[in-house]
Design a protein around this ligand. Structure first.
Ligand SMILES: Cc1cc2nc3c(=O)[nH]c(=O)nc-3n(C[C@H](O)[C@H](O)[C@H](O)COP(=O)(O)OP(=O)(O)OC[C@H]3O[C@@H](n4cnc5c(N)ncnc54)[C@H](O)[C@@H]3O)c2cc1C
Length: 422
């Protein structure tokens, strides 16, 4: 592989799924000069009406992609990160979070509305010439020939097929032996997700919370809650984690507001004031899967790679699922910009797997570490100190630099440099 982006090679790259991992892979692969077609079951973007936290490891990638000014203008950038006991008492606080994060990592920690974010990724992909085929469900993948077939029976072949089809990945199910693979497994937790709008809030204290973006995490027995502002401080996003009581086989359902309020009744009064404004809420079962042995497949006629939740679904406790998916897309797409012939696709895929799989798997494990911190009703964190290892990984002096300091471009360039030096 040569270390240049000036190859005239134009691969036909097929991506299955237009979620964040599919869009990220599409953008970086198109930036590398290849033809990209994305197949998506849904009739349009599969956006969820909720917030998403974008950490420096991926915001530095987004800064390079030329996304719209409207998206950046819609961001909320928290000025502090506060960890509270469930009752509201501050356990630890990082003031000047915004400035500290930018100074340490050279990129921001920001919060977007998912609709704004996915719409902006999609618009950029279109600008770069990516083709989208909505309303097309891919039904089968032939890993030896690189051919995929849609539900209607149409057969499509690409030089490379990328599975970006999420937690319930059909590609993964067809790739792995049946005795290894089952359905996603419950973690024992679920998430209530809701967004409140500032113009519907009268209480001055709540209005102050929403319009001055800050990130708050409440830790309680068997539950925790994350609250942050969206859309420049005009909306407020809450994710409330609680023990899973959804029936088995049900992964999403409209939740009961009264039931949710009852669960958090003894928590911080400010949190309860927010919950009093809620008229509807959704419940999401949090699921995981076994670690995969391989994320790629090579055969003489077909090349295949997995990205995002299809290969490393994780608990949302570190806010890293989408951020990792963006890292995957950036690394894979950038490597594809350095190949000179189709014969080198395999080499690029092997490098992709070497660069991404250890980190992806390690982040998954770390999300489980976040679950198991001992949180008794009195709390176990010494008040107002942040030390290493700190149980809240977001501000842990050991884990944070590892999560947020990762630079996908540098990783690819270092790996290529090493190869060239051999
Ligand atoms: C409560 C909660 C909060 C979260 N908060 C954060 C956060 O703050 N930050 C963060 O980084 N991550 C967060 N995450 C995780 C993040 O949302 C996911 O990791 C990420 O969205 C996964 O993207 P994906 O593209 O891999 O999968 P998906 O979003 O599942 O996309 C897969 C796409 O593939 C399509 N598809 C599936 N099968 C087929 C097929 N056969 N043919 C064609 N198309 C198909 C689907 O329709 C879908 O559009 C959170 C998750 C939860 C549950």
């Amino acid at each position: 592989m040569a270390g240049t982006l000036d190859s005239t090679l134009r691969l036909d790259v097929i991506i299955i799924g237009a979620g964040i991992s599919g869009l990220a892979t599409a953008i970086e692969t198109a930036l590398s000069g290849h033809n990209v077609t994305v197949f998506e079951t849904a009739e349009g973007l599969h956006e969820i009406g909720a917030g998403i936290q974008i950490t420096p490891n991926s915001s530095r990638i987004l800064q390079r992609w030329g996304l719209s000014n409207d998206l950046w203008a819609s961001a909320a950038e928290p000025t502090s990160l506060t960890v509270r006991r469930y009752s509201g008492e501050v356990l630890a606080v990082e003031e000047d979070w915004k400035e500290k994060i930018r100074a340490k990592y050279g990129a921001p920690f920001i919060e977007f509305h998912r609709i704004d974010f996915q719409t902006a990724l999609y618009a950029r992909a279109i600008e770069l010439g990516v083709q989208f085929r909505f309303g097309v469900r891919i039904n089968s993948v032939n890993f030896e020939t690189g051919e995929i077939a849609s539900q209607s029976g149409a057969k499509i072949r690409g030089d490379l097929v990328v599975a970006a089809d999420g937690l319930w990945s059909l590609c993964r199910a067809q790739f792995l032996p049946k005795d290894f693979e089952g359905v996603p497994r419950p973690t024992g937790d679920l998430a209530y997700r809701l967004v409140l709008k500032l113009d519907r809030i009268q209480d001055p204290e709540l209005r102050e919370w929403v319009s001055n973006p800050k990130c708050n995490i409440w830790m309680g027995p068997k539950s925790h809650v994350v609250g942050y502002s969206l859309r420049g401080g005009t909306e407020f996003n809450l994710v409330l984690i609680a023990p899973d009581d959804l029936p088995s086989g049900v992964s999403r359902q409209a939740g009961s507001v009264e039931e949710m309020k009852a669960l958090f009744r003894n928590w911080d009064p400010i949190l309860n004031k927010f919950l009093a404004l809620v008229s509807s809420v959704k419940k999401w079962k949090l699921m995981h899967r076994k670690e995969m042995r391989r994320w790629i497949h090579e055969s003489p006629n077909g090349y295949f790679a997995f990205v995002g939740d299809s290969c490393h679904p994780m608990l949302p406790y570190l806010g890293q699922g989408a951020n990792s998916a963006i890292e995957d897309g950036a690394v894979l797409g950038r490597l594809l910009g350095h190949i000179q012939s189709k014969e080198q696709i395999g080499k690029a895929l092997r490098m992709y797997e070497q660069l991404r799989k250890p980190r992806g798997d390690a982040i998954v494990k770390e999300t489980f570490g976040q679950v198991t911190i001992p949180i008794n009703p009195l709390g176990t964190i010494a008040p107002r100190t942040i030390y290493a290892p700190f149980p809240i990984r977001w501000c842990c002096p050991q884990v944070q630099p590892w999560l947020y300091g990762y630079d996908a471009c540098v990783e690819v360039d270092k790996a290529l440099f090493t190869i060239r030096g051999q």
